[in-house]
Design a protein around this ligand. Structure first.
Ligand SMILES: NC(=O)c1ccc[n+]([C@@H]2O[C@H](COP(=O)([O-])OP(=O)(O)OC[C@H]3O[C@@H](n4cnc5c(N)ncnc54)[C@H](OP(=O)(O)O)[C@@H]3O)[C@@H](O)[C@H]2O)c1
Length: 334
């Protein structure tokens, strides 16, 4: 099979797309013929060796894919060859054949196309647990989503609406982002690239929420916009740290937490997959069910051959990608 292989940590162009030996499933493992591979921001960090999880070299990056089960190892009873699946492994999904542990494998319903299924994996699970488990989202809440045109942002907008938020305010940089986040379901948009961010951002969010502020903030960005968002978190609000796409890990102002009884919390989705796999499975079922009823509509803005993974990652690193990018293998998307 062919796979993207990292031989030494370096920039995204330093990995190779090359022929490697087909893996075989061991005890409790499943081998999947991948069709659609999900591209995610952390893939860059894996290739550069800057992710908290640093695989042994050589390895293939990639956190999600869909396809059909090719072979199961001893002890695997829940999956069988030919079955349609979504896989969310620690890494290794940038490959024509992906080897996963059974808890990293999720049934893909017959009505969900492979490319859509790949897009509905990691970022929707992340947004799901960020909103519901960490953010304690309740019907009628005002939700503020930062980095709203990115993968996690898009998923958070759509899930917040599906879960009964009163209003979803999307913070995005510039007019391209604004058009995109409206298209994927934001009620209102605030510009997070404006001058005097702290003042203007506060005014915009308060105006859009009739002075209430945000009950739940989903923050995959960090940096200045994160600090501005903390200032507009409502009384008893929940501020959920999801990631640092800006490259800047924010310092949370404890004075804001105290004054407005705000809870600041973090979300690491892989911990749910590894420590509470049954919850991750239930969440994925719910996500697919919401898609089937038309409540979730992941926007795949680019579909590229797997060999062009580096171009996809460069665009993400430049902050230019919107929604989801999906890589297709030679097995095709159907
Ligand atoms: N904790 C977890 O379990 C978990 C899971 C998945 C992802 N993450 C993390 O969450 C973050 C976002 O992931 P993602 O999949 O949504 O990534 P993405 O698709 O690349 O989106 C990131 C978004 O952040 C915004 N942004 C603001 N400033 C930026 C800057 N200086 N450079 C790049 N982007 C900037 C952009 O949206 P606007 O233009 O709309 O502002 C961009 O689209 C990443 O840090 C990722 O590692 C965490």
């Amino acid at each position: 099979m062919k796979a993207v292989v990292v031989l030494a940590f370096g920039d995204v162009d330093s990995a190779r797309f090359e022929e490697v030996v087909d893996p075989r499933p061991g005890v409790g493992q499943i081998l999947v013929d991948a069709k659609a591979v999900d591209v995610n921001f952390p893939d860059i960090l894996y290739i550069e060796g800057r992710y908290q999880d640093r695989p042994e070299l050589p390895f293939s990056p990639g956190l999600g894919a869909t396809g059909r089960v090719a072979e199961v190892g001893a002890g695997v009873e829940a999956f069988s060859p030919g079955q349609r699946v979504l896989v969310l492994p620690r890494y290794g999904a940038y490959a024509e054949k992906v080897l996963v542990a059974a808890n990293e494998c999720f049934p893909l319903p017959a009505d969900v196309p492979f490319d859509i299924g790949a897009a509905l994996g990691l970022v929707y699970q992340t947004a799901f647990f960020a909103l519901i488990d960490r953010g304690k989202l309740a019907a009628g809440d005002v939700v503020l989503v930062l980095g709203a045109s990115g993968g996690v942002g898009m998923a958070a907008i759509q899930l917040a609406r599906a879960m009964g938020a009163r209003s979803v305010i999307a913070a995005t940089r510039g007019s391209d982002g604004a058009d995109f986040v409206r298209k994927v379901g934001a009620d209102v948009v605030v510009d997070s690239s404006a001058e005097n961010l702290r003042t203007r951002f506060r005014a915009a969010v308060l105006e859009q929420s009739s002075g209430h502020g945000a009950d739940v903030v989903i923050d995959p960005v960090g940096g200045d916009v994160s600090a501005a968002a903390l200032r507009v978190t409502a009384w008893c609000g929940r501020f959920v740290v999801v990631g640092f796409a800006s490259g800047d890990i924010p310092k949370i102002g404890a004075n804001y937490l105290l004054v407005k009884n705000i809870a600041a919390t973090g979300l690491q989705w892989t911990d749910y997959r590894d420590r509470a796999p049954e919850r991750a499975h239930r969440a994925q079922e719910e996500i697919f069910a919401l898609w089937s009823t038309g409540k979730l509509r992941p926007e795949i803005t680019e579909r590229l051959p797997l060999a062009e993974y580096a171009a996809a990652l460069r665009k993400i690193r430049g902050g230019q990608a919107k929604g989801k990018t999906i890589l297709l293998t030679q097995h095709g998307a159907n």
